[in-house]
Design a protein around this ligand. Sequence first.
Ligand SMILES: O=C(O)CCC(=O)N[C@@H](CCC(=O)O)C(=O)O
Ligand SMILES: [Zn+2]
Length: 355
Amino acid sequence: METIQQQLQQSGDFLTITRAHEWSLPGFDFEVTNKQSQQKSKVTVLDTGIILFEPLDRQTTKDIVLSSGVHGNETAPIEICAKLVQQLIVGELTLAERVLFLFGNPAAMNIGQRFVEENMNRLFSGGHSIDQGQGAGLINKERHRALLLENTVRDFFEQGDKCGPNRQRYHYDLHTAIRGAKYDKFAVYPHTHGAPRKKEQLQFLKACGVNTILLSNSPTTTFSYFSARQFGADAFTVELGKVRPFGENDMTNFAAVEQTLTQFISGQALNLAAYDENDFNLFVISQIIDRTHENFTLNFADDVENFTDFPVGTILAYDGDNAIKTQQPGEAIIFPNAQVAIGQRALLTVIPTSI
Ligand SMILES: O=C(O)CCC(=O)N[C@@H](CCC(=O)O)C(=O)O
Ligand SMILES: [Zn+2]
């Protein structure tokens, strides 16, 4: 019978293998040879949904994490990453840098849901071990998985330091949003604790088709903030459109991100456009509204899009008896979700800004 390794080497289809092993998979490694250049790379499967690519016998300067499927129903980024992984395994894509691909929550993918028991993107920076309403500690599989992802990213960046000097660390955590949006693709730039925001990163995101950026100014338990804060990585949550089931994404919408990630991984020149603030829609997060009551309701329709703004004083939501209102001109809604667990973020508001 064909082993999992043989299956992977022949098909390159790591996503199917990952989905067949929801919570764990014994590790293994092998070498691949690029069909054009004949350059060799090492492929290491560390666990289910966790696969590392390392160039052999050549210098690297970048350590790149590409994560997707931290929310199981956000399929477009999973399909984009699965294709890159496949191309690398079958030797059709040049590898110039160390790249770690993470498919976050395979069990949630299989049920077509955001999560199984708990929203994994609230479980980083130790969120996996604190009481968020259901008890403290590693009380469910998603908490174990978040800890594994944390440890994997830590090991990846630390190992990178042994691969050469002057390294740069990156983590793009790819998502799609529940609602449609006035700006189809956008990114959250995590809190930098005073460090300047990097225009070059915004230029890179623009090349990916993402020119709307939300600047966060507070710590969070998201995956991108974890990598930025713990390891000094240039890290972003990148929203690539709207949630759709597997197979229903119009992949032509993702040509720019696919091409830019391909160039990035394979060391091709990116030819980034010069930074011009007029090319971007920049917002800063204004209010973070948590659901603190059982009866939490949004005061606008389900089809109101992300980035819709409301006049000052508009009631956006009721948290129990507390009416939550817009406070500033141009204040717009992002990620509204009345169904989140009590204690979790139910809505963000943003206002236009500049850097
Ligand atoms: O559309 C929604 O309501 C959620 C989409 C999503 O998963 N967004 C991320 C953003 C993470 C961040 O703020 O960096 C999330 O809510 O986890
Ligand atoms: Zn998401």
